[in-house]
Every structure is written in C-alpha cells, then in structure tokens.
Ligand binder design. Structure first.
Ligand code: GLU
Length: 303
C-alpha cells in the first residue's frame, strides 16, 4: 500500500458468477462502489468462481458488462478465484503445519448443522479423509461493523469447525475470500448482511494466518415480497438493461439515498458518492434504514 491518502482505502465487489446480476447484488455493487469512491479509494472486482460446479465464466463476463453499462467502473485487472487455487493450497498447508486444520471423514449428512467435532481428534477407524476443517478456538469473536454496530458470535458453539477444503476438491469460500482480501490489500469490506455470520469465521482465519483484519460494513439485504433474500437460488430476476436508470435509482434509495427526480441517469452515481461521503465518511452517524431489511442471523447480538 502506498503512502498517499488515496491509497489508504481499497475496497472490492466479489460476486459469484452463478447467474446474472440481480437487484440484491446490484445493491452490494453500488454500496461498495460508493464507499470506495467517497473515500477517494480504489474499487476492485473479484470473481468468486471458486465453487466451480456452480459457476460459469459467461456469467462472470455478463456481470462485468452490466457493471460497465451502469457506470460502476473498477480499478485494475479482475481477479478470478479459479486461477488462485495454488494460493489457497499454500494457506491450507500453513494451517495444517500449525495444527489448525484437520482431515474429516464425515459426509455432508453426518456433518449437517453445527459440526460435532467427530474427526477433531483423529479420523474414525478405517475412515478416510474427505475434506479439511479449521480447528475453531473457543470463545466469542467480535467486531465493530460500520452499519450494524457491534457484532459477535461464538463460532465454536454456533458453527463448529468449518470446512476449508471440500470433499469435491473445491476450496471453501471462507478460506478463499480471506486469502484474496489480504493478497489484494483490501482495507474495507462492504457487502450484504447475509454474510454477517461469515465474518467471525473469516476473522478467525485472518488471525490464524497472520493477516490484517479489514474494516467491515454489512448493508441490509434486499428481500422479496415474502421476506426472502433476493438471490439467484430464489430466482431473483436479472436486471433489465432498459431499466438501468430506474434500477440505479432504486438501489440508491434502498441504501438510504433516494435521488432527486431532476437528476439525469449519468448524474446519479456522482451525486450519490457526494452524499455517501457526507453521511459515511465525514464522521456522520449511520443511516437508519427506512426500508424492509432482513435483521440478519438470529444469533447476532448488537450493542
Ligand atoms: N461471493 C460472495 C457472494 O456473491 C460474496 C463474497 C464477499 O463479498 O465476501 O455472495
């Protein structure tokens, strides 16, 4: 990281290319872009295609074209996680070397929900390793989220030892995201609150690997009429190019910045970056969300 103020902020948008951009992922893209631009920082795009069976390169290309069309210009080359497997392998080796990763023979069915720790002290007789897990330390992990306030979780009690390398040979999101955020020098992570309960796991991995902890902002997630998170699994509709202006306006309103009617489509993002700066960078208080927002996982204590 350089010495000038502009380089003190590096953010990112990290979509998984399992489908086109929908309103929920647009909100994450716009929010992370605004925060980076309002800080005079850099905004990188990383394609999280580590879960190869679910991802398709053409969806990644389509997401990039949509970002460009909307005026969400990124800095530097796009990183594709499918090309970063060696780095994940090295991180896993380091964790193994430190005694913080262990092989697990449990099937998905046996390990559903919180992991019991069955393979923590060695594989059962005759069983062979299918996956690798992280040995989660006891105790609560807390962090101060710029939007949600103080959040903490007892990862050991609520999730248990989580997967680092899956039985199908894919590295887990939790490991890949931590390795790449550090490698890319990300200082600020801005993403949806559906990922709040991943953050303590990621902090544990940062600590175990000796990596810096970025600052976090988890914005509320967009929900459909039935209160379900908008996601590709829930068949959230792709963004219609003929509605780009309206979609951008809706995303900004969702993030607490409803644009004035008279602004042209091209003025929306510069206007919003200025407003975001006043609200989020110049020491002002977080916006009270005025829209339907999922409260996040039940176990979260915010104080
Ligand atoms: N790839 C993840 C997703 O699309 C987001 C990862 C992140 O922002 O940390 O849900």
């Amino acid at each position: 990281m350089g010495e000038n103020a502009e380089r003190m902020y590096r953010g990112r948008f990290a979509p998984s290319p399992t489908g086109p951009l929908h309103f929920g992922s647009l909100a994450a893209a716009v929010c992370s872009w605004l925060d980076a631009r309002a800080h005079g920082g850099e905004w990188l795009v990383r394609m999280e295609d580590v879960d190869e069976p679910r991802c398709r390169p053409h969806w990644g290309d389509e997401i990039l074209r949509t970002l460009e069309r909307l005026g969400l210009q990124w800095d530097g080359p796009v990183v594709w996680q499918s090309r970063r497997v060696q780095a994940y392998r090295e991180a896993l080796e380091r964790l193994k070397g430190a005694g913080l990763a262990y092989p697990c023979a449990c099937t998905r069915r046996e390990a559903a929900g919180r992991y019991s720790g069955r393979c923590r002290n060695g594989l059962p007789e005759g069983a062979s390793a299918r996956a690798w897990r992280f040995r989660v330390p006891a105790g609560r992990v807390g962090f101060s989220d710029r939007w949600q306030g103080w959040c903490e979780q007892d990862v050991e009690a609520e999730a248990g030892d989580f997967i680092l390398l899956r039985a199908d040979g894919c590295f887990a999101y939790q490991l890949a995201v931590v390795v790449d955020d550090a490698w890319q020098g990300i200082t600020h992570i801005v993403r949806g609150a559906d990922l709040l309960d991943s953050t303590p796991r990621q902090i544990l991995l940062q600590r175990a690997l000796g990596l810096p902890q970025p600052l976090y902002l988890h914005h509320p997630v967009a929900v459909d009429g039935d209160g379900r998170k908008l996601s590709k699994q829930n068949r959230a509709p792709a963004l219609d190019p003929s509605w780009d202006g309206a979609n951008l306006r809706a995303a900004l309103a969702f993030l607490g910045l409803p644009p004035p009617e008279e602004l042209d489509r091209n003025e929306l993002l510069p206007w919003a970056a200025g407003r975001w700066k006043q609200r989020w960078v110049a020491g002002a208080q977080p916006a009270a969300p005025s829209f339907s927002a999922s409260p996040g996982p039940k176990d979260w204590s915010a104080r």
